[in-house]
Design a protein around this ligand. Sequence first.
Ligand code: FPP
Length: 238
Amino acid sequence: MKPAHIAIIMDGNGRWARARGLPRTAGHRSGVEALRRTVRAAGEQGIHWLTVYAFSSENWSRPKSEISDLMGLLRLFLRRDLAELHQNGVRVRVIGGREGLEPDIAALLSEAESLTANNTNMNLVVAFNYGARDEILRAARAIAAEAKVGNLDPAALGAVDFEAYLDTAGIPDPDLIIRTSGEQRLSNFLLWQSAYAEFVFLPCHWPDFGADDLAAAIGQFQERDRRFGGVAAKEAVS
Ligand code: FPP
């Protein structure tokens, strides 16, 4: 079966640029093109949910100029690509903290979500100013506040109830997580949601990622035996 939800850690823009003697911004710019290609390719592959890690809550520690370049690219991506995404029936959702973002960026993110809210062909989830620990902490705070005023019984709280407080409420868990550029770690991405995800690590840098790489990752996923803590279907009867 194909994965219903693919999440991607788009890594290696900087190294791609350095290898070509270019500034890091050039890597991020090519990264946006790879993102564009990948959304199209995922749609063609019939992938219903695609999540991309565009800016982590830890990325604020990068040099100011690089942060401003990344913000500029997000602005450009939302302004230039939103119409096409909408036309193709793509629903955009944004996960991550909204506080502290520049007002025009926050407004663009909300606009992308509201414009595309009724689209059903495909879902693009953009993780922006996202960190999984921050997400879980915000959920825990909200739950504690509800419990404090007596709206919620902590002892009765189950996993499904907890998920409703995460940024990803209503979004299915990722089946496949892809990370480019050879690193093999999650970097604070979807820690709760990735409990049973399959991982595919690819050596190519993100700007070089394309439809063939996506197809290859889906192919690897299809060879995996997912047991979700149980036993393989064929062994369950013996
Ligand atoms: C990782 O490369 C990539 C990022 C931190 C940002 C991902 C951003 C894009 C693909 C383009 C921006 C898209 C939007 C919509 C904002 P890196 O810089 O960590 O690369 P390195 O590890 O080689 O230095």
